[in-house]
Design a protein around this ligand. Sequence first.
Ligand SMILES: Cc1ncc(COP(=O)(O)O)c(C=O)c1O
Length: 359
Amino acid sequence: MSRIFNFSAGPAVLPEEVLTRAGDEMLDWRGAGMCVMEMSHRGKEFIAIAAEAEQDLRELLAVPKSHKLLFLQGGATLQFAQIPMNLLAGRGRADYVATGEWSKKAIKEAQAYCDVHVAASSEDQAFTYFPSQEAFQIRSDAAYLHYCSNETIGGVEAHWIPESPVPLVADASSHILSRPLDVSKFGLIYAGAQKNIGPAGLTIVIVRDDLIGKAAEGTPSVMDYRQQAAADSMLNTPATYSIYIAGLVFKWLKAQGGLAEMEKRNAAKAKLLYETIDASGFYRNPVRPQDRSRMNVPFTLRDAALDGAFLKGAEQAGMVQLKGHRSVGGMRASIYNAMPIEGVRRLAAYMKEFEAKHG
Ligand SMILES: Cc1ncc(COP(=O)(O)O)c(C=O)c1O
């Protein structure tokens, strides 16, 4: 068996220990005589799996009692619509921060439901920075303020939490669990699982109790946070296997030392990669240094004509999925929790070699 270093932005690398454990439990989950995929979501085994996953995630993120934790489906993209459907509460207006492709998508979707005001934007510099607090102009009667705390495509991360007079909502899809987070500052946090949590098909929503129960008329029941919370996220059949794998990832994170330890490791991995980029005259990352993402590191080569050769050589050296998003080109290395430092070391060494040959 050989494992490759997978730098995909998502679905992404999972911890080897988690995959091994899932393999061991594939045919017979702890004496149940069946795979978790075959279990009824109403059975005691699966209910215990889901409850333990929730408990572990609550512990990891220190989710306060004031917030519900939901295991939903539909991806982060469905939340772009589900959030206005649930949180507008008849207000008809919401504020958004525009920092790149994902916040733009969230804005576009929300415009179908309400009057959207862009409270701050980094479009003036091609979305290469995160706006400062002074730049925020938040309407006091907005239902909420939405921002994307890590732009997966542009590689811009908010390393601080904005102050807001209205409930703060964050799309944390691509950096949740990469560092400790003060959940109490948020009205709602959401994330698709397929980057730092587990397999695709599961979406995590952490929502403050007082924001639940105000869904617009006509909201489908599976999209109503109140109904999902009341049913322990099992109003209908949940993404059972994804929840199980996510649960194994949470156990793995706890065994590694939790989110403080992950933050240390992630900072070290990102530092190594950005230093490699900055020390060369050959590679370039356009993001303002203090706003650079620790999870998604986009970079371009001096000559785009070399992109194909770079990717081919990387694959031969055991590294895949380094091609940048089609909207920006170049390269992107996603270095989530499960990417070991060895993968980043190998990439940095390869980049130096490639530069020496072609630079
Ligand atoms: C920051 C961010 N938001 C939203 C999405 C959309 O997620 P999904 O495909 O789960 O709908 C992605 C996916 O890559 C993302 O990176």
